[in-house]
Design a protein around this ligand. Sequence first.
Ligand code: SAM
Length: 279
Amino acid sequence: MEPGLYIVATPIGNLEDISRRALRVLESVNSIVAEDTRITRGLLGKLGVKIPKLFSYTDFSNSNVVDQVLSGISNGLSIALVSDAGTPVISDPGYRLVLAAQLAKYKVIPIPGPCAAIAALSISGLPTDKFLFEGFLPEKRPARLARLSALCQERATLVLYEAPHRLKATIADCIEIFGGNRKSFLGRELTKLYETVFLSTLLDLQSLVDADSNQTRGELVLLIAGFRGKSSDLSPELSQLAEKLSEDMSKKRVSVLLAEYSGLTRREIYDHLIKTSAK
Ligand code: SAM
């Protein structure tokens, strides 16, 4: 094997999704750097790959692991990086290690394969010409709402990874910020036995998970269609705030205040208030 760092994608549920190249690389490298060595040992066992030297690595590991990998490559070794499932570095450890190898001018070789985000996008029926990989939203609600508000007028399809116990809260927050009619897609347990998918509005998705708690189990990718309105449209949250404030303030004052806060122009907010007060 040519010396270097091989970034090897592994299955996200179905063992048959390992590529022939990934198998060959995993069988041939001098060592494997893994997110969790127990999980990787189990995977290699199931794939029938003889188990080479395994090191554990997370982006919080001390820099010794990075140094060890770099010095290994400089001594002619080939080293693979794998995560527990899917493509390493994508919402998984590896960024610091890849950066260090790139800066040291070593070869970093992609061995592409499964990735939950791409699997979900490929079957969702939502536009994929532009998508924004957001990964995991912040856990704390205020930060999550702030992030969603910032994404409210994003035109690309949003790709979120979500933990089962947070799915309901995230859907509720998405409805609050994007409105319940926004199209969404939930891909659950993709490539696994209990794979389920659902394409509809956020409100329908909320009804689905409220009616059947099984829909919140397992591994989940949530896609949200991009914003389809005019860019000057206010988000439901901002519109509500503007209307509330204008009960006690002039429209002009509200427009000045919210223009600073939202990134929209004063004119856009003022026009919105005129439109809504005329209704
Ligand atoms: N690097 C991985 C990849 O390439 O997709 C992602 C790792 S991230 C730590 C794990 C998250 O990916 C899960 O919480 C879930 O949101 C998503 N995920 C992983 N496997 C999945 C699957 N089989 N079905 C749906 N989502 C999955």
